[in-house]
Design a protein around this ligand. Structure first.
Ligand SMILES: Nc1ncnc2c1ncn2[C@@H]1O[C@H](COP(=O)(O)OP(=O)(O)O)[C@@H](O)[C@H]1O
Ligand SMILES: O=P(O)(O)OC[C@H]1O[C@](O)(COP(=O)(O)O)[C@@H](O)[C@@H]1O
Length: 303
């Protein structure tokens, strides 16, 4: 079974407006609410691609209820720890020119609730994948990532890490099956500029040395690279019109896992993941299977 874990979920409030001007009244053209947070997005993408998963993490309040209802409607298994404070709301503003994001910091999670989540992860076995994705809420420290990663390592659970944290390097000794920093995150982790695919491949190889088993660096409109101990590959995106790139990285992870789960083939999974990321970038919500299947042959992979 694939488990996703979102420690800091969100309701994503997407706004489309002709322009966004600070210090004045802006009126919007279009709005939509989506259940958000990186692990939740991975579960939603997996479901869209025909693969079941169970979404774990913390949710609470009226926003948490919204997330739970939407995931239930979509037929996604959930096993969240429910707390009292509302889950955060993240604003995603799209104008004709650019995308702007304002992410909340997150709810306060008491220690007893943190312990409840640990108990759920205790149940996982070596047949499972555990996708630990997204930021930490303010009341939880980096040790929590360490604790969950160490548990996966001990039990032989395949760990996928997609955390926007410069200390990701400190988790690589737990031998994650896959990590997926984006270009900016890789720069932060390695404390150097990453501008090209060649630089990203070099950087990803450093992360393999630290213990990661497979590394994908996503590079937005430029595509992505894949590195493991056996080979490296570059991917170019298919062409299309950008609608919203929110969740593109999570879609890459979801698409990769959906394909790898069936084929055990890294290159095929990488290609399908990139097609999923692009299909999300070309739509308002997360990618749907038809769109991914249409794009996949247009993703150019070079080993
Ligand atoms: N503008 C775009 N056009 C086509 N594909 C895109 C675009 N933005 C993102 N993607 C696809 O989605 C993947 C993940 O996007 P990226 O923005 O790098 O991740 P994150 O959301 O984690 O920052 C990219 O590697 C690419 O394949
Ligand atoms: O936990 P963080 O880093 O604040 O990210 C949460 C946000 O990231 C998202 O999961 C989207 O992530 P990506 O665009 O990186 O795939 C949103 O749904 C959510 O608002």
């Amino acid at each position: 079974m694939i488990y996703t874990c979102t420690l800091n979920p969100s309701v994503d409030y997407q706004i489309e407006t002709k322009q966004l001007e600070l210090g004045t009244l802006n009126r919007v053209q279009d709005t939509a609410f989506y259940p958000g947070g990186k692990g939740i997005n991975v579960s939603r993408v997996l479901k869209n691609l025909g693969v079941d998963s169970t979404a774990l993490g913390f949710i609470g309040g009226f926003t948490g209820t919204f997330i739970l209802e939407r995931l239930n409607e979509e037929g996604i298994n959930t096993d969240f720890v429910i707390h009292d404070e509302p889950t955060r709301i993240n604003m995603k503003v799209k104008t004709a020119k650019e995308e702007t994001e304002v992410n909340g910091s997150g709810a306060s999670i008491p220690k007893t609730y943190q312990e409840q989540l640990i108990q759920k992860v205790e149940e996982l076995t070596a047949d499972d994948y555990f996708v630990l994705s997204g930021s930490l809420p303010p009341s939880i420290s980096f040790d929590f990532y360490e604790k969950l990663s160490a548990m996966c390592d001990e039990k032989g659970v395949s760990l996928i890490l997609d955390i926007p944290n410069r200390s990701l390097k400190d988790l690589l000794s737990f031998r994650p099956f896959l990590i997926k920093p984006n270009q900016a995150e890789l720069s932060e982790i390695l404390e150097k500029e990453i501008n090209t695919k060649e630089e990203a491949i070099k950087g990803a190889k450093e992360l393999i040395q630290f213990g990661a088993r497979n590394v994908i660096v996503s590079m937005g409109a430029e595509g992505a690279i894949f590195v493991n101990e056996q080979f490296t590959a570059k991917a170019e995106n298919p062409t299309g019109t950008l609608k919203s790139s929110v969740g593109a990285g999570d879609s890459l992870v979801g698409g990769f896992l959906a394909s790898y789960n069936k084929s055990n083939d890294f290159l095929e999974a990488f290609q399908y993941g990139v097609a999923s990321g692009s299909a999300t970038a070309f739509s308002n919500d997360l990618c749907k299977k038809d769109a991914v299947d249409q794009l996949v042959s247009q993703v150019l992979i070079k080993r």
